[in-house]
Design a protein around this ligand. Sequence first.
Ligand code: RFL
Ligand code: PHB
Length: 390
Amino acid sequence: MRTQVAIIGSGPSGLLLGRLLTLAGIDNILLDRVDRAYILARVRAGVLEQGMVEMMREAEAAERLDVEGLRHAGFDIALDGALHHIDLKGLTGGKQVTVYGQTEVTRDLMDKREADGAPTIYDVHHVTPRDFGGQHPWITYEKDGRTHRIDTDFVIGCDGFHGASRKAVPPKAIDTFERVYPFGWLGLLADVPPARDELVYGKHARGFTLCSMRSKTRSRYYIQVPLTDQAENWSDDAFWDELRRRLPAEVAETVVTGLSFEKSIAPLRSFVAEPMRFGRLFLAGDAAHIVPPTGAKGLNLAASDIRYLFDGIREFYAEKSSAGLDAYSARALARIWKAERFSWWMTTMLHTFAEDDAFGRRVHDAELAYTLSSVAARTALAENYVGLPY
Ligand code: RFL
Ligand code: PHB
């Protein structure tokens, strides 16, 4: 088999790139180690920056997003029993975010891909990029007990943090930077109306909370838990009680409880791999970087990577120039590191750290108190939250 671009991973990064390439007349194959239903069962991001929304429009996949996405002009931070409003729109000169689940983004892009007749090969094993240091890379993978080969111009690793692409790079060619946080987020999804119209990020002595949503009838809540906790040991009742205990009374009173249909614990991690290009192998999205979810940046960073990468690939075929591809890693990393900083900052400011001494606790509290009290600090928060320019 031969294709112009072989993409490993059919998450949002791979699907978005695939769709843009198909629209540009560049043929591509997507490979994933699991199947469509499994990918669509993963519950992840919920907040889209305007740049991501515009990428979906460019991909001609935003019909449903434009109708069902909820535009949010701000959010609240809960502290010491009170709510403090962050007026995103007012502080950024009119910018907003859109609440629309990653699952729906993925479904919309998969549906377009199927309508395009563009190939996706699911349930593949042992995907291995080969000879990407030269001009003629190829991939091998196993499916149904047989080994297959794809010859290609480029291999794109969109296979997430645990994928095979980054691991195919010789360790001495790659630098990694990592911070693992000493807690996780227990998330719950339920078909109940959200507590409020906007998101609430809460800091409390018992730990962080987040009140989010997927729609006007579906809520997504998170609470900070120790990494030693297991989701199956948290009953719905225990979750709702703990959530309400950490929220100001005016929010706790409006939390509508109900049966959960998803409950899981996500660890929090910051991670960057540099560079993001190795000859004709390119990394994008979670394959190259991870942020803790506090700043809602992971999916949005995947979108900016795909912006730079797609422009580079298109330029390569249309103008026979590799300038965009040569610049890809540096352009992407410049934006990634700013989002890494912001996500780390939001995380340290809003969570409780068991190992903090009294000085550390006071400084974290002062960081938040300052942010809430200063227009300059709230403007910096808002500017980062809505998304820095591409
Ligand atoms: P994905 O989504 O992990 O997709 C990778 C795909 O690659 C496949 N794969 C392989 N295929 C073949 N061979 C292999 N060896 C393979 N290994 C893996 C996988 O099956 C999968 O289909 O990466 P991608 O496309 O880069 O997308 C990144 C986003 O998923 C991620 O950054 C966000 O979900 C992060 N995130 C959030 N981001 C936001 O922008 N806003 C948010 O509000 C937000 N909230 C979140 C989040 C992530 C969370 N979790 C669970 C980590 C909330 C949570 C709780
Ligand atoms: C979500 O709705 O899943 C969500 C929203 C905002 C975040 C993280 C996750 O910062």
